[in-house]
Design a protein around this ligand. Structure first.
Ligand code: RET
Length: 280
């Protein structure tokens, strides 16, 4: 009689080989993305409502600022629903004291939708500030192009391979472009605002100073999160969430309310903006 040999039952390994470490968003990150989406929608509604109370001739800042929060709302909707993100394979360096450094492979999510958002909204924010200061067209153009270069090279840096000169090379180019932006605001913008009026000048110094502080935090967060991967994906989302709320809704409401109080902030638009309104 054939004897049935019992099939050996293999123990299930308690630790499954699950490949490289995963740095992915969790519930906290997703919740934060939804909260910021709602904040941006509310801000857009408030800014639109504020614009109805002023004649078209004085709505330029309202239009620009509302477009900024609408763009952010769209980008946050994408990220909260899992769009605008891709997985980047990176090598993380572990520094050892007495033996050579070792590397491990990590799969990390990079939310590229941010860079799409920033490439549209940071030029608009600069436009708000440039118009307030009364910068000329040449300076506005240079500041905006430098800003777009900053964001796009920042995107390339985010997808650059770790431990290559390429990644930090892109980062360095982005930082130089950022210095060009700062130069235009701090030097040219301030000089122009001073020429306009005392009130405009002190408001410009305050809001451009606020902008400078908030904006400078972005490359710092980037360096910790995307640069050296020391911040989790959730941590990165929360840090950018705080900065985005300061840089867009808070900046926006401050600009629009002050604009309503200081008539010298008005810009003579004429041309196509007032076309068909019969002049005023
Ligand atoms: C990057 C990385 C590369 C170096 C530099 C950066 C600067 C980013 C800035 C972003 C500002 C974003 C704002 C968003 C709007 O709400 C791209 C992070 C210099 C200044 C204001």
């Amino acid at each position: 009689l054939p004897t049935a040999t019992p099939t050996p039952i293999l123990p299930v390994p308690s630790v499954l080989p699950d490949g490289p470490e995963k740095q992915f968003v969790t519930d906290d990150g997703t919740k934060t993305l939804w909260v910021v989406f709602v904040v941006m929608v509310i801000a857009s509604a408030v800014f639109s409502a504020l614009s109805w109370r002023v004649p078209v001739q004085r709505r330029l800042y309202h239009v620009i600022t509302t477009l900024i929060t609408i763009t952010a709302a769209i980008s946050y909707f994408a990220m909260a629903t899992g769009h605008g993100v891709s997985v980047h394979t990176v090598k993380v360096r572990h520094q050892n004291d007495h033996v050579p450094d070792t590397f491990t492979e990590v799969h990390r999510q990079v939310f590229w939708a941010r860079y799409v958002d920033w490439s549209l909204t940071t030029p608009l924010l600069l436009l708000d500030l440039s118009l307030l200061a009364g910068l000329n067209g040449a300076h506005i153009l240079i500041a905006i192009v430098a800003d777009i270069i900053m964001i796009l090279t920042g995107l390339f840096a985010a997808f650059g391979s770790e431990s290559t000169p390429q990644k930090w090379g892109w980062y360095a180019i982005a930082c130089i472009a950022y210095l060009v932006v700062i130069w235009h605001l701090a030097v040219n913008g301030r000089a122009q605002a001073q020429a306009k009026s005392q009130k405009v000048s002190s408001f410009f110094v305050a809001i451009a100073g606020f902008t400078l502080v908030v904006w400078t935090a972005y490359p710092i967060v980037w360096g910790i999160a995307d640069g050296s991967r020391k911040l989790s994906v959730d941590g990165e989302i929360i840090a950018y969430a705080v900065l985005d709320i300061l840089a867009k809704p808070i900046f926006g409401i401050w600009l629009l309310l002050t604009h309503a109080r200081i008539p010298e902030t008005n810009i003579d638009l004429g041309g196509f903006w007032s076309y068909g309104l019969g002049g005023e």
